[in-house]
Design a protein around this ligand. Sequence first.
Ligand SMILES: *Cc1c(COP(=O)(O)O)cnc(C)c1O
Length: 351
Amino acid sequence: MILPNDFKSEYKEIEHEVQSKMKDFFAKGWYIMGDELKSFEQEFAIYIGQKNCIGVANGLEGLFLALKALEIGHGDEVIVPANTYIASVLAISQVGAKPVFVEPNMQTHNIDPSKIEAAITNKTKAILPVHLYGLISDMPEIMRIANKYNLYVVEDCAQAHGASINEQKAGSFGHINAFSFYPTKNLGAYGDAGAITTNDENLAKKIYQLRNYGSEVRYQNEIIGYNSRLDELQAAILRVKLKYLDSWNKKRRKAADSFKKEFSYKDWIFPLEPEGYYHVYHQFVVQSENREFDMKELESLGYKCLIHYPIPPYKSNAYNLLYKNHTFPIADMLSETVFSLPIHGKIWHSN
Ligand SMILES: *Cc1c(COP(=O)(O)O)cnc(C)c1O
């Protein structure tokens, strides 16, 4: 059975490098805010094409601190896709702002830019597009709308490391953007980790302070900050893995092509890759009219499938009271029809 995740075969590929890194790491004995973090931040900033990358504790806190740095809070509204993973929404709630849901496009699964303007009010401060399943949102159009209404854009890049439009990468369009390096992501640590990318020096400076008690110089506290740092150990591992990201993304794309061929007889709606877009297939998500039946059939063929995501955030117990007068039929329909085939190391190696 091919399971939804497989960390062991990926680890095998980099075992020697990781082990020699770990030997150095323990010889050095420096665990928080050291050279590994600094180097990873520089390398990831270059990879994404931004002036600054700041490591943080995880993806959710990356989004939270990005919104904090923009001084978004009580009384403000932030536009977010209705079918996202709940973390994007939690970050908005955590700063005290109100998530305003916009329907996704049925084919791309990403926020439908043609529906954003109708959701803008005089309280709207930002748009938070989510590059779901590894396909980057329509960023040129989202930036055009944001500029027209003077809004900030915070990209949620947790599922889109290396995804691009005409070679411009996810995490380099918005004013300030967040990544997660949760183990299952395309670039994953061996634990929790995250990062923020921005070209704005002032925002970067604020994040350096916010993530470390409001301080950049020890015992000098400029603002009321948090503890949200990326460990040296995880940074060291991420530096090893970053070198493999492009080749692993290519393997995901190859596996996606094989799936499209293998299951071309199915009447599923397959993932779309618009012209000029580079999909990195964090998940390989299809829409099926007979989801339960198809998932069982695939299991008998040796593929354990999952549903990303069975409940839209606005219908979760956490939010359903707040949104009881709202409906999002496209997000609902997707939650009832989508399922994901396993797309990871074991699949690549069997191809
Ligand atoms: C994983 C994920 C997050 C949260 O990342 P963590 O590191 O788990 O906090 C946020 N948004 C999306 C879309 C995600 O997939």
